[in-house]
Design a protein around this ligand. Structure first.
Ligand SMILES: [Fe+2]
Ligand SMILES: [Fe+2]
Length: 321
């Protein structure tokens, strides 16, 4: 292993090493770990386990809310979906953890399952406490497998990126009282830990399976995001049955436009980027964090804004004097 690391260093192919073995970041969504190493696994698992906070949703300092704030909360369209989604995730991740042979991975994965289940209980506590109408989740139908966890992981990468932006905007305009925002913050911090755990786990798992050839990793990552995006788009497509939108796991973007009046896509994307950076910057810099959406958002924000397009279009369309 020493040889591997020295060779990697000599070739200057890797930016950082964890102890004797190493990995590096060199492309969006691609990890350049030299090996599926114990050190790397220990780093991302222990980071996740050591940052777990023990609390019960019912014990959180829930504030008293006035009728206007409760109405505002009730008007957010995704609570039933969010509850079902967290509940299913808790079941699936916990069941997947049981299938893992590696004790450290199993412990970290089981902890994520526990946290997802607690998110469902936290949401339930909020809805019950403030009398917000919702439909109780049905028994989980999700199959626990590596594929299901990967699909879920990419969906979380998308949902958390937009979710960070939504709650950043909410905090900025003080949509909710700070005590309630602080409670949402607890969930968002856990989601930041989940997506960080996921991207490191999948990089590790690909190495372990000998599927770590960079172009293959990039293609798998692109496919993972595409699958997640397809499910989210399907979620928002009008249902064939009643013309209503079917609300699934990808509820973040719809939530934004339901709650914030007049928010532009630039303001929204900028908020997503700023908040994403804020939630993820506390992690050990040797760990991967999700990078595909931040890269795409920066590219989108670097495009000229529409008014400039319009002005230049008008200018070019005007007859020359
Ligand atoms: Fe969650
Ligand atoms: Fe999560």
């Amino acid at each position: 292993m020493n040889d591997k690391c020295s060779k990697a260093r000599d070739e200057k192919r890797y930016e950082r090493c964890i102890g004797k073995e190493g990995f590096a970041r060199y492309a969006p969504g691609v990890c350049g770990m030299t090996d599926a190493s114990e050190a790397y696994k220990a780093l991302f698992c222990r980071t996740f386990i050591d940052t777990h906070r023990d609390f019960e949703p019912a014990d959180l300092p829930w504030p008293n809310l006035d009728a206007k704030t409760i109405d505002r909360l009730s008007s957010i369209p995704f609570w039933t979906v969010a509850l079902a989604s967290e509940s299913n995730a808790g079941y699936m991740v916990s069941a997947f953890a049981e299938t893992l042979g590696d004790p450290l991975l199993r412990e970290a994965m089981a902890l994520q399952g526990k946290e997802e289940t607690r998110h469902a209980r936290l949401l339930y506590e909020m809805l019950r406490r403030y009398g917000i109408p919702f439909e109780p989740p049905k028994a989980a139908q999700v199959k626990a497998s590596s594929r299901a966890f990967i699909d879920f992981g990419y969906e979380e990468c998308i949902d958390s990126f937009f979710g960070f932006g939504i709650f950043g905007l909410a905090r900025r305009i003080q949509l909710f009282v700070p005590e309630l925002t602080d409670i949402f913050e607890v969930v968002l911090l856990e989601e930041a830990r989940h997506v960080t755990f996921f991207v490191n786990w999948i990089a590790y798992d690909r190495r372990l399976r000998g599927r770590a050839w960079a172009p293959l990793e990039a293609a798998s990552t692109a496919l993972g995001y595409a699958r997640a995006l397809r499910r989210i788009v399907t979620t928002f497509a009008p249902s064939a049955r009643n013309g209503q939108k079917v609300r699934g796991t990808g509820f973040a973007a719809e939530g934004t436009f339901a709650v914030f009046d007049g928010v532009t896509w630039r303001t929204f994307l900028q908020a997503c980027l700023t908040e994403n950076e804020r939630y993820l910057r506390g992690f050990d810099p040797r760990l991967l964090t999700p990078r595909v959406l931040p890269v795409m958002a920066r590219m989108a924000l670097s495009l000229p804004s529409r008014p400039r397009f319009r002005r230049s279009a008008t200018r070019s369309a005007s007859p020359r004097a």
